[in-house]
Design a protein around this ligand. Sequence first.
Ligand code: TRP
Length: 347
Amino acid sequence: MRPFAASPNASAPAEDFANDVEYYLGLEPRQLPSRYLYDPLGSVLFDAIGELPWYGITRAEVGLLEQYGRDILAHAALFPGFPGVPGPSRIVELGPGNGTKLLTLLKTRHDGSAEAGHYGRREARASRLKVHLIDVSGKALDVAGRALDELGDIEVERHETTYESGLSEVAGKPPAGGRTLVLFLGSNIGNFDRPGAEEFLCTIRAALQPGDTLLLGADLVKPEADLLLAYDDPLGVTAAFNLNLLVRINRELGGDFDLQAFAHQAVWNAAASRVEMHLVSRRRQRVRVASARIDMEMEKGETIWTESSYKYQPEELATLLGHTGFRPIERWVAAEARFALTLARAD
Ligand code: TRP
């Protein structure tokens, strides 16, 4: 069984959570799907991770969006006035977090608007861009939605659901004559294993029309010491983020995880090109989770694997996109942080 494959059920959210916890904790090695890290506290802790001096991904990405946002929007051809774009267009973001990245991108619409041409302020106003935010966290959707409301000329639709079902909702109503730009930013793609990443890019492609675009963020391979600091920071914020998953299970599923008896651990697996996040049992112990029908013994040193963050070589990204129905148009790399944004067009 491949880690973090799609969950085998499709019922109510609370039941999904219980079924997933039962299923994944029963695997060998024990696991928990990382999407459950993002409860209200988890979302706030992840925002804090983005502010840490050791986690360069968020800062590097916002920097690239500030610098190249205008080029990205021009390539995406979202605004009327572009040849072949007579209708309204939209942006779909998978996992918007607190909305900062999309806000940064959209603010570049007005950069140098004196010579703005095809996608200047006037046209943008007239077209009223639609934004779809897809996230399992209602809290993230609220925060991101409110941040975007600040722009005043954007219509925001929230989809509180998984990426897959959000994409199929969006695919069901394509804009008449307009274009779609999908944003899949941060190290999101890195949280899939390689076959899973390929499969998921195919899912995105299936929701798009030829000519639509995808902006893909990906963290690049870098020295091990930098990776370990990014995923196990000296302030313990990342540890709190990871351990909060056990707090959530205790609260929502009647678990009795002893928080003192687990430690956060980040390991660089060079052969697989991924950072693995674990929760390590500090002693031999018994854990029960009533709603998930779990009653288990854990050995000292035994781990629960909560997330992998795969790191890429720049040329691998082009290959991956090429295999999944996209043609890379341009790539921007933050040299110091070793982070890449790739823009690709759906063939
Ligand atoms: N998507 C983030 C990443 O891979 C998630 C993340 C950052 C994370 N730090 C973590 C997940 C610690 C679990 C534990 O960069």
